[in-house]
Design a protein around this ligand. Structure first.
Ligand SMILES: [Zn+2]
Length: 438
């Protein structure tokens, strides 16, 4: 996405409950952060942000890119893999994977020394005997390339911070003494564990598993393959980490809170090097200019307060479903002040509510209970205001109300439904879904 100018490295990506056409990815630890910087989502191997990003990027494009880069095992069409393609939903060969990382490292190294791209930097690895005096491959000087140097560097840089899923701090020692970009993977059913790491000089790939493919509960990439990976790196000479390819980067103001390119109202701005292509990315969408009364405690509008008495202040505001989780993990996050009572009546447009589940149009699989009746499905709404009451309607029939914690269980019949939630101020949101009995 950085290569195509679709995302800045530190931009926040959503990490909220997600269901896309019946596909419900979960993070390894089954929690949600609300929003996470893209580079951290990669380092922490968060599944939901990855799926969200693939949905934006496009499965077809990603499938094509993996093939271009050297994955030889993608012999089914993109639709066969779907969004799971980014979570390891396809089989791959260690040989291909190591080859892809080596191609990326070669591209970056050549760019850093020669300031240009070579066509044959992207190629499959070759087996060689140690004593074979093979003619060194000369670079084809054709300025055709597939991935730009800065996108590669940003990716490797994010991979330095990789921590094991349960965030055992002892592991950070491995990467801090010697800066190594690395990533692990565990196959479905713990059949095998992987670890791939790289420096400008070496790419090391480790596969651990049983030859007959039998799974073991403790067989994970991080537990079984990564220790071997670091043992190997400790035996190899170390010549430092990849230098930043400044020529392919620009220094721009980046919003400290959102990680997007700063908009004119972002109040806290860092001067950051980002890939040149990322100059095209959208400016921060989360800083909004809010209008407060003189006390700064209440929001006001032109309908209830003379404009000359207002205080205009930029405020970092996430959409309600992201805010719900984000504020629990980010103490600095200050939700928007409420509207002053006399102003509340004049409001028509403010969005206080959002669906957490279901979101947009989606298929909902209704479990069948032992007695053969359709089981219940729990729906959820996030509301900005503490103590707010939400009234629930399924196909325009009132089904109940919730206060503070907005979860409601229904027994939807098979077919299309419309769910409407209305709060005590009359703000309403609507979503459609299709219930499918399993
Ligand atoms: Zn901002």
């Amino acid at each position: 996405m950085m290569n195509g100018g679709d995302i800045a490295p530190s931009a926040l990506v959503p990490d909220v409950p997600t269901s896309i056409a019946g596909y419900t990815p979960e993070n390894y630890n089954l929690t949600y952060d609300g929003a996470v910087p893209a580079h951290k989502a990669l380092a922490r191997s968060l599944n939901i942000p990855a799926v969200k990003m693939l949905q934006t990027y496009g499965i077809d494009k990603f499938h094509f890119m993996l093939k271009q880069l050297g994955m030889t095992t993608l012999n089914r069409p993109p639709s066969f893999y779907g969004l799971a393609l980014i979570l390891g939903g396809a089989e791959g060969k260690l040989y291909d994977m190591v080859g892809i990382y080596a191609s990326m490292a070669r591209t970056l190294n050549h760019y850093n020394t020669n300031k240009t791209y070579y066509q044959n930097d992207l190629r499959r690895p070759e087996y060689m005997l140690a004593d074979t005096k093979k003619k060194k491959k000369t670079a084809t000087s054709k300025s055709q390339y597939y991935l730009n140097a800065s996108a590669i560097w940003q990716t490797f840089d994010a991979m330095v911070e990789v921590s094991r899923p349960d965030e055992d701090q002892a592991w950070t020692l491995y990467s801090s003494s010697r800066k190594i970009a690395w990533k692990t993977g565990t196959s479905f059913g713990n059949r095998d564990g992987w670890a791939i790491g790289l420096t400008p000089k070496y790419v090391v790939g480790v596969w651990v598993g049983n030859a007959d493919g039998e799974g073991r509960p403790n067989l994970t990439g991080v537990g079984a393959a990564a220790p071997l990976l670091f043992d190997i790196f400790n035996k190899l000479d170390y010549t430092g980490f990849f230098p930043k390819p400044y020529l392919d980067m620009v220094r721009v103001p980046v919003c400290h809170q959102s990680g997007f390119r700063a908009s004119p109202i972002c109040s806290d701005v860092d001067s950051t090097w980002i890939p040149k292509t990322c100059q095209r990315t959208a400016a921060c969408p989360y800083h909004k200019l809010v209008h407060l009364d003189v006390s700064g405690r209440w929001q006001v509008t032109a309908d209830c307060e003379p404009t000359e008495q207002m205080v205009h202040k930029p405020w970092f505001v996430l959409p309600p479903s992201m805010e719900w989780y984000y504020k629990q993990k980010n103490m600095f996050y200050v939700p928007l002040p409420a509207y002053r009572e006399d102003c509340e009546k004049t409001l028509h447009t403010r969005k206080n509510m959002d669906f957490i589940y279901p979101k947009d149009f989606t298929k909902i699989f209704v479990p069948i209970e032992i007695d053969g009746k359709p089981g219940r499905v729990v729906f959820e709404v996030a509301h900005r205001k503490a103590g707010a009451t939400v009234y629930w309607h399924l196909d325009d029939t009132y089904v109940g109300q919730t206060t503070d914690f907005h979860q409601m269980a229904f027994y939807p019949t098979q077919g299309l439904h419309t769910l409407t939630a209305v709060d005590e101020n009359g703000e309403s949101i609507k979503t459609s879904f299709e219930a499918v009995n399993k």
